[in-house]
Design a protein around this ligand. Structure first.
Ligand SMILES: Nc1ncnc2c1ncn2[C@@H]1O[C@H](COP(=O)(O)OP(=O)(O)OP(=O)(O)O)[C@@H](O)[C@H]1O
Ligand SMILES: [Mg+2]
Length: 361
Protein backbone atom coordinates (compact mmCIF):
# COMPACT_ATOMS: atom_id res chain seq x y z
CA UNK A 1 0.00 0.00 0.00
CA UNK A 2 1.34 3.43 -0.99
CA UNK A 3 1.12 5.10 2.41
CA UNK A 4 2.05 8.56 1.06
CA UNK A 5 -0.86 8.46 -1.37
CA UNK A 6 -3.13 7.12 1.37
CA UNK A 7 -2.10 9.95 3.72
CA UNK A 8 -2.91 12.52 1.01
CA UNK A 9 -6.38 11.04 0.52
CA UNK A 10 -7.12 10.92 4.23
CA UNK A 11 -5.99 14.54 4.66
CA UNK A 12 -8.64 15.48 2.13
CA UNK A 13 -11.43 13.69 3.98
CA UNK A 14 -13.00 15.45 6.96
CA UNK A 15 -15.25 13.37 9.19
CA UNK A 16 -17.08 15.01 12.09
CA UNK A 17 -19.09 13.28 14.84
CA UNK A 18 -22.64 14.61 15.34
CA UNK A 19 -24.54 13.62 18.47
CA UNK A 20 -27.15 10.91 17.76
CA UNK A 21 -26.62 11.19 14.02
CA UNK A 22 -24.37 9.78 11.34
CA UNK A 23 -21.04 11.55 10.88
CA UNK A 24 -20.78 14.63 8.69
CA UNK A 25 -18.39 14.11 5.78
CA UNK A 26 -16.52 16.54 3.54
CA UNK A 27 -14.71 14.45 0.92
CA UNK A 28 -12.23 16.22 -1.33
CA UNK A 29 -10.32 13.02 -2.13
CA UNK A 30 -10.88 10.92 -5.27
CA UNK A 31 -12.18 8.02 -3.12
CA UNK A 32 -15.84 7.05 -3.32
CA UNK A 33 -17.79 6.73 -0.07
CA UNK A 34 -19.59 3.37 0.26
CA UNK A 35 -21.26 3.89 3.60
CA UNK A 36 -21.27 5.79 6.88
CA UNK A 37 -22.54 5.53 10.44
CA UNK A 38 -22.25 7.32 13.79
CA UNK A 39 -18.57 6.61 14.16
CA UNK A 40 -17.10 6.94 10.72
CA UNK A 41 -17.35 6.90 6.92
CA UNK A 42 -16.06 4.11 4.67
CA UNK A 43 -14.40 4.68 1.30
CA UNK A 44 -13.51 2.08 -1.33
CA UNK A 45 -9.81 2.04 -2.25
CA UNK A 46 -9.81 -0.75 -4.83
CA UNK A 47 -11.59 -4.02 -5.52
CA UNK A 48 -10.41 -5.62 -2.29
CA UNK A 49 -9.79 -2.85 0.22
CA UNK A 50 -11.54 0.09 1.81
CA UNK A 51 -10.67 2.69 4.44
CA UNK A 52 -12.84 3.63 7.39
CA UNK A 53 -12.20 7.22 8.50
CA UNK A 54 -13.35 7.94 12.05
CA UNK A 55 -14.66 11.12 13.63
CA UNK A 56 -12.32 10.58 16.60
CA UNK A 57 -9.21 8.58 17.39
CA UNK A 58 -10.73 6.72 20.42
CA UNK A 59 -13.35 5.02 18.22
CA UNK A 60 -10.60 4.22 15.73
CA UNK A 61 -8.37 2.63 18.40
CA UNK A 62 -11.29 0.69 19.80
CA UNK A 63 -12.34 -0.74 16.43
CA UNK A 64 -8.73 -1.53 15.60
CA UNK A 65 -8.37 -3.39 18.90
CA UNK A 66 -11.60 -5.38 18.38
CA UNK A 67 -10.63 -6.29 14.80
CA UNK A 68 -7.14 -7.28 15.94
CA UNK A 69 -8.65 -9.82 18.36
CA UNK A 70 -10.32 -11.58 15.42
CA UNK A 71 -7.52 -11.50 12.86
CA UNK A 72 -6.82 -15.23 13.18
CA UNK A 73 -10.43 -16.13 12.41
CA UNK A 74 -12.22 -15.79 9.06
CA UNK A 75 -15.00 -13.73 10.53
CA UNK A 76 -13.61 -10.18 10.20
CA UNK A 77 -11.98 -7.98 7.56
CA UNK A 78 -8.18 -8.16 7.70
CA UNK A 79 -6.44 -4.94 8.79
CA UNK A 80 -3.96 -3.53 6.22
CA UNK A 81 -2.97 -0.22 7.80
CA UNK A 82 -3.92 1.96 10.73
CA UNK A 83 -3.58 5.71 11.26
CA UNK A 84 -4.71 7.88 14.14
CA UNK A 85 -8.20 8.26 12.64
CA UNK A 86 -8.43 5.57 9.97
CA UNK A 87 -8.19 1.82 9.37
CA UNK A 88 -7.52 0.28 5.96
CA UNK A 89 -9.23 -3.13 5.81
CA UNK A 90 -10.66 -5.80 3.52
CA UNK A 91 -13.62 -4.71 1.51
CA UNK A 92 -16.42 -7.03 2.58
CA UNK A 93 -18.63 -8.28 -0.21
CA UNK A 94 -21.75 -10.40 -0.12
CA UNK A 95 -25.16 -9.52 1.23
CA UNK A 96 -25.95 -8.43 4.76
CA UNK A 97 -28.40 -10.49 6.84
CA UNK A 98 -30.97 -7.69 6.88
CA UNK A 99 -31.17 -7.58 3.08
CA UNK A 100 -30.95 -11.35 2.81
CA UNK A 101 -33.93 -11.95 5.10
CA UNK A 102 -36.08 -9.55 3.12
CA UNK A 103 -36.41 -12.20 0.43
CA UNK A 104 -35.17 -15.41 2.04
CA UNK A 105 -36.27 -17.49 5.04
CA UNK A 106 -34.19 -17.85 8.19
CA UNK A 107 -33.03 -21.46 7.88
CA UNK A 108 -31.69 -23.66 10.64
CA UNK A 109 -28.30 -23.59 8.85
CA UNK A 110 -28.13 -19.78 9.02
CA UNK A 111 -29.21 -19.79 12.68
CA UNK A 112 -26.42 -22.27 13.41
CA UNK A 113 -23.88 -20.00 11.68
CA UNK A 114 -25.07 -17.05 13.73
CA UNK A 115 -24.67 -18.97 17.00
CA UNK A 116 -21.20 -20.14 15.88
CA UNK A 117 -20.36 -16.49 15.18
CA UNK A 118 -21.32 -15.61 18.77
CA UNK A 119 -19.18 -18.48 20.07
CA UNK A 120 -16.21 -17.05 18.13
CA UNK A 121 -16.94 -13.59 19.60
CA UNK A 122 -16.65 -15.09 23.07
CA UNK A 123 -13.54 -17.12 22.24
CA UNK A 124 -11.57 -14.15 20.93
CA UNK A 125 -12.46 -12.01 23.96
CA UNK A 126 -15.30 -9.74 22.89
CA UNK A 127 -17.27 -8.51 25.88
CA UNK A 128 -20.51 -8.05 23.98
CA UNK A 129 -21.63 -11.35 22.44
CA UNK A 130 -24.14 -9.71 20.15
CA UNK A 131 -24.38 -7.85 16.81
CA UNK A 132 -26.91 -6.15 14.57
CA UNK A 133 -27.99 -8.17 11.51
CA UNK A 134 -27.03 -5.38 9.08
CA UNK A 135 -23.37 -5.65 10.12
CA UNK A 136 -23.22 -9.39 9.36
CA UNK A 137 -22.53 -10.27 5.72
CA UNK A 138 -23.27 -13.64 4.07
CA UNK A 139 -20.54 -14.58 1.58
CA UNK A 140 -21.00 -16.49 -1.67
CA UNK A 141 -19.78 -19.70 -0.02
CA UNK A 142 -22.30 -19.26 2.82
CA UNK A 143 -19.76 -18.16 5.44
CA UNK A 144 -20.27 -14.99 7.49
CA UNK A 145 -18.21 -11.78 7.80
CA UNK A 146 -18.73 -9.15 10.45
CA UNK A 147 -17.99 -5.41 10.32
CA UNK A 148 -18.31 -2.48 12.75
CA UNK A 149 -17.06 -4.28 15.85
CA UNK A 150 -15.83 -1.43 18.09
CA UNK A 151 -18.81 -1.65 20.44
CA UNK A 152 -18.02 -5.27 21.31
CA UNK A 153 -14.99 -4.33 23.44
CA UNK A 154 -13.97 -2.02 26.30
CA UNK A 155 -17.32 -2.14 28.00
CA UNK A 156 -18.41 -3.40 31.37
CA UNK A 157 -22.20 -3.65 31.09
CA UNK A 158 -23.60 -5.93 28.43
CA UNK A 159 -26.71 -8.04 27.93
CA UNK A 160 -25.85 -11.66 28.71
CA UNK A 161 -27.72 -12.88 25.61
CA UNK A 162 -27.75 -11.68 21.97
CA UNK A 163 -30.48 -9.13 22.46
CA UNK A 164 -29.52 -6.81 19.65
CA UNK A 165 -29.26 -9.62 17.13
CA UNK A 166 -32.65 -11.06 18.09
CA UNK A 167 -34.43 -7.71 18.24
CA UNK A 168 -32.97 -6.78 14.86
CA UNK A 169 -34.41 -10.01 13.40
CA UNK A 170 -37.97 -8.87 14.13
CA UNK A 171 -40.66 -10.77 16.07
CA UNK A 172 -41.23 -13.57 13.54
CA UNK A 173 -37.59 -14.36 12.82
CA UNK A 174 -36.67 -13.96 16.49
CA UNK A 175 -39.15 -16.73 17.38
CA UNK A 176 -37.83 -18.87 14.52
CA UNK A 177 -34.23 -18.28 15.57
CA UNK A 178 -35.04 -19.22 19.17
CA UNK A 179 -36.80 -22.41 18.02
CA UNK A 180 -33.66 -23.33 16.05
CA UNK A 181 -31.48 -22.69 19.11
CA UNK A 182 -33.83 -24.81 21.24
CA UNK A 183 -33.38 -27.64 18.78
CA UNK A 184 -29.62 -27.26 18.24
CA UNK A 185 -28.42 -26.16 21.70
CA UNK A 186 -31.16 -26.72 24.34
CA UNK A 187 -28.99 -25.61 27.30
CA UNK A 188 -28.12 -22.33 25.61
CA UNK A 189 -31.78 -21.84 24.76
CA UNK A 190 -32.80 -22.33 28.43
CA UNK A 191 -30.23 -19.75 29.53
CA UNK A 192 -31.31 -17.15 27.00
CA UNK A 193 -34.98 -17.66 27.88
CA UNK A 194 -34.06 -17.23 31.54
CA UNK A 195 -32.36 -13.89 30.81
CA UNK A 196 -35.23 -12.76 28.60
CA UNK A 197 -37.67 -13.47 31.48
CA UNK A 198 -35.45 -11.69 34.01
CA UNK A 199 -35.31 -8.70 31.70
CA UNK A 200 -39.09 -8.69 31.38
CA UNK A 201 -39.53 -8.85 35.17
CA UNK A 202 -37.02 -6.00 35.66
CA UNK A 203 -38.94 -3.96 33.11
CA UNK A 204 -42.25 -4.53 34.92
CA UNK A 205 -40.76 -3.64 38.30
CA UNK A 206 -39.21 -0.46 36.89
CA UNK A 207 -42.51 0.54 35.33
CA UNK A 208 -44.35 0.09 38.61
CA UNK A 209 -41.64 2.11 40.44
CA UNK A 210 -41.94 4.91 37.91
CA UNK A 211 -45.74 4.92 38.35
CA UNK A 212 -45.47 5.22 42.15
CA UNK A 213 -45.09 8.75 43.50
CA UNK A 214 -43.17 8.79 46.79
CA UNK A 215 -44.91 10.67 49.63
CA UNK A 216 -42.19 13.12 50.54
CA UNK A 217 -43.71 14.38 53.79
CA UNK A 218 -44.41 10.96 55.23
CA UNK A 219 -40.77 9.94 54.79
CA UNK A 220 -39.57 13.17 56.31
CA UNK A 221 -41.37 12.27 59.55
CA UNK A 222 -40.47 8.58 59.48
CA UNK A 223 -36.79 9.14 58.70
CA UNK A 224 -36.19 10.33 62.26
CA UNK A 225 -36.31 6.63 63.18
CA UNK A 226 -32.98 6.21 61.40
CA UNK A 227 -31.25 9.29 62.82
CA UNK A 228 -28.47 8.61 65.29
CA UNK A 229 -26.56 11.83 65.98
CA UNK A 230 -29.09 13.28 68.44
CA UNK A 231 -28.58 10.55 71.01
CA UNK A 232 -25.14 11.45 72.37
CA UNK A 233 -24.48 8.09 73.99
CA UNK A 234 -25.46 6.12 70.91
CA UNK A 235 -23.52 8.57 68.76
CA UNK A 236 -20.29 7.91 70.66
CA UNK A 237 -20.71 4.16 70.23
CA UNK A 238 -21.48 4.45 66.52
CA UNK A 239 -18.61 6.83 65.89
CA UNK A 240 -16.23 4.52 67.64
CA UNK A 241 -17.56 1.55 65.63
CA UNK A 242 -17.06 3.56 62.46
CA UNK A 243 -13.42 4.33 63.26
CA UNK A 244 -12.91 0.66 64.08
CA UNK A 245 -14.22 -0.30 60.63
CA UNK A 246 -12.04 2.26 58.87
CA UNK A 247 -9.02 1.21 60.89
CA UNK A 248 -9.56 -2.43 59.97
CA UNK A 249 -10.23 -1.74 56.29
CA UNK A 250 -7.17 0.45 55.89
CA UNK A 251 -4.94 -2.09 57.59
CA UNK A 252 -6.28 -4.90 55.42
CA UNK A 253 -5.67 -2.80 52.28
CA UNK A 254 -2.14 -1.96 53.35
CA UNK A 255 -1.30 -5.53 54.37
CA UNK A 256 -2.80 -7.07 51.24
CA UNK A 257 -0.74 -4.67 49.13
CA UNK A 258 2.32 -6.03 50.91
CA UNK A 259 1.27 -9.58 50.08
CA UNK A 260 0.11 -10.74 53.54
CA UNK A 261 -2.48 -13.47 53.96
CA UNK A 262 -5.93 -11.95 54.59
CA UNK A 263 -7.02 -14.32 57.39
CA UNK A 264 -3.90 -13.83 59.46
CA UNK A 265 -4.09 -10.04 58.95
CA UNK A 266 -7.73 -9.98 60.17
CA UNK A 267 -6.80 -12.08 63.19
CA UNK A 268 -3.90 -9.76 64.08
CA UNK A 269 -6.07 -6.67 63.71
CA UNK A 270 -8.77 -8.13 65.95
CA UNK A 271 -6.15 -9.06 68.54
CA UNK A 272 -4.69 -5.56 68.36
CA UNK A 273 -8.11 -3.99 68.79
CA UNK A 274 -8.96 -6.24 71.72
CA UNK A 275 -5.74 -5.20 73.47
CA UNK A 276 -6.55 -1.59 72.69
CA UNK A 277 -9.96 -1.92 74.32
CA UNK A 278 -8.48 -3.79 77.23
CA UNK A 279 -6.10 -0.91 77.90
CA UNK A 280 -9.02 1.54 77.93
CA UNK A 281 -10.92 -0.67 80.30
CA UNK A 282 -7.89 -0.61 82.59
CA UNK A 283 -7.91 3.20 82.38
CA UNK A 284 -11.57 3.09 83.26
CA UNK A 285 -10.83 1.17 86.49
CA UNK A 286 -8.28 3.67 87.66
CA UNK A 287 -10.57 6.65 87.07
CA UNK A 288 -13.36 4.72 88.70
CA UNK A 289 -11.20 4.08 91.76
CA UNK A 290 -10.47 7.78 92.01
CA UNK A 291 -14.14 8.54 92.13
CA UNK A 292 -15.09 5.94 94.68
CA UNK A 293 -15.86 2.93 92.48
CA UNK A 294 -18.92 4.28 90.70
CA UNK A 295 -20.10 3.19 87.31
CA UNK A 296 -20.63 6.31 85.29
CA UNK A 297 -22.19 6.99 81.99
CA UNK A 298 -20.87 9.61 79.59
CA UNK A 299 -23.14 12.55 78.92
CA UNK A 300 -21.51 14.98 76.58
CA UNK A 301 -22.76 18.39 75.58
CA UNK A 302 -25.26 18.70 72.75
CA UNK A 303 -22.68 20.41 70.56
CA UNK A 304 -20.36 17.82 69.10
CA UNK A 305 -17.04 18.74 70.65
CA UNK A 306 -14.02 16.46 70.33
CA UNK A 307 -14.35 13.69 72.87
CA UNK A 308 -10.88 14.15 74.19
CA UNK A 309 -10.93 16.84 76.81
CA UNK A 310 -8.75 17.93 79.67
CA UNK A 311 -8.32 20.67 82.20
CA UNK A 312 -7.75 23.25 79.49
CA UNK A 313 -10.93 22.73 77.57
CA UNK A 314 -13.47 21.15 79.89
CA UNK A 315 -14.69 20.54 83.41
CA UNK A 316 -16.16 17.14 84.18
CA UNK A 317 -19.01 16.83 86.65
CA UNK A 318 -20.15 13.45 87.89
CA UNK A 319 -23.70 12.85 86.92
CA UNK A 320 -26.16 11.87 89.63
CA UNK A 321 -27.84 8.77 88.24
CA UNK A 322 -29.13 7.40 91.53
CA UNK A 323 -31.85 5.25 89.87
CA UNK A 324 -29.24 2.92 88.48
CA UNK A 325 -26.87 3.08 91.38
CA UNK A 326 -26.28 0.05 93.52
CA UNK A 327 -26.65 0.25 97.33
CA UNK A 328 -22.95 0.78 97.79
CA UNK A 329 -22.95 3.51 95.21
CA UNK A 330 -25.80 5.30 96.93
CA UNK A 331 -23.93 5.08 100.23
CA UNK A 332 -21.01 6.92 98.70
CA UNK A 333 -23.20 9.62 97.23
CA UNK A 334 -21.91 12.19 99.64
CA UNK A 335 -18.35 11.42 98.78
CA UNK A 336 -19.22 11.76 95.13
CA UNK A 337 -20.80 15.15 95.66
CA UNK A 338 -17.55 16.36 97.07
CA UNK A 339 -15.83 15.32 93.90
CA UNK A 340 -18.32 16.93 91.60
CA UNK A 341 -15.95 19.62 90.47
CA UNK A 342 -13.13 17.24 89.68
CA UNK A 343 -11.62 17.50 86.25
CA UNK A 344 -10.68 14.34 84.43
CA UNK A 345 -8.96 13.61 81.20
CA UNK A 346 -11.10 11.30 79.17
CA UNK A 347 -10.42 9.18 76.10
CA UNK A 348 -13.48 7.32 74.75
CA UNK A 349 -13.52 3.54 74.93
CA UNK A 350 -15.90 1.10 73.34
CA UNK A 351 -18.91 0.97 75.63
CA UNK A 352 -18.78 3.91 77.97
CA UNK A 353 -20.46 3.17 81.30
CA UNK A 354 -19.51 6.26 83.29
CA UNK A 355 -21.77 9.16 83.85
CA UNK A 356 -20.11 12.48 83.39
CA UNK A 357 -21.35 15.92 82.60
CA UNK A 358 -18.88 17.89 80.66
CA UNK A 359 -18.91 21.64 80.72
CA UNK A 360 -16.76 22.98 77.94
CA UNK A 361 -14.66 25.98 78.86
N1 LIG B 1 -15.07 -3.49 5.54
C1 LIG B 1 -16.11 -3.06 4.88
N2 LIG B 1 -16.39 -3.52 3.66
C2 LIG B 1 -17.47 -3.08 3.00
N3 LIG B 1 -18.32 -2.17 3.45
C3 LIG B 1 -18.10 -1.69 4.67
C4 LIG B 1 -17.00 -2.09 5.44
N4 LIG B 1 -17.04 -1.43 6.61
C5 LIG B 1 -18.11 -0.66 6.56
N5 LIG B 1 -18.77 -0.78 5.39
C6 LIG B 1 -19.98 -0.07 4.99
O1 LIG B 1 -20.01 1.20 5.60
C7 LIG B 1 -21.14 1.33 6.43
C8 LIG B 1 -20.75 2.09 7.69
O2 LIG B 1 -19.74 1.37 8.34
P1 LIG B 1 -19.84 1.06 9.91
O3 LIG B 1 -21.12 0.40 10.19
O4 LIG B 1 -18.61 0.33 10.24
O5 LIG B 1 -19.84 2.56 10.44
P2 LIG B 1 -20.08 3.07 11.95
O6 LIG B 1 -20.04 4.54 11.91
O7 LIG B 1 -19.11 2.39 12.85
O8 LIG B 1 -21.55 2.55 12.20
P3 LIG B 1 -22.33 2.62 13.62
O9 LIG B 1 -23.01 3.94 13.67
O10 LIG B 1 -23.31 1.49 13.51
O11 LIG B 1 -21.29 2.42 14.65
C9 LIG B 1 -21.58 -0.09 6.70
O12 LIG B 1 -22.95 -0.16 6.94
C10 LIG B 1 -21.23 -0.79 5.42
O13 LIG B 1 -22.22 -0.59 4.45
MG1 LIG C 1 -19.50 1.44 14.67
Amino acid sequence: MDTKLLDDWIKNIKVKNIENEDVEVVNKSPLVMIGKGRQGAVFQIDNDTCVKVFGNSEDCDRENYALSLGQRTDLFPKIHAKGSNYIVMDLIKGIDVREYLQSQPLTEALSEKLVKMLITFKEIGFQRIDHHKRQIFIQEDGSLKVIDVSRTVWRDRVYPYPRKLMTSLGEKNKALFLSHVQELAPELYDEWIHYIRMEEISRQITQSFIAQKPQKNSLQNLSSGLLTTNDEKQYVILLEGLSHKVFKEEWIKAMLARGYDIDSVMKKIDEHWDNYEQSFNENKTSVSDDSGGYEYEIVTQKQRKPLIYNEENATVYWHDDSKNNSKEERKSKKKRKKEETNVYEYIPYKRPTRIQEIKWN
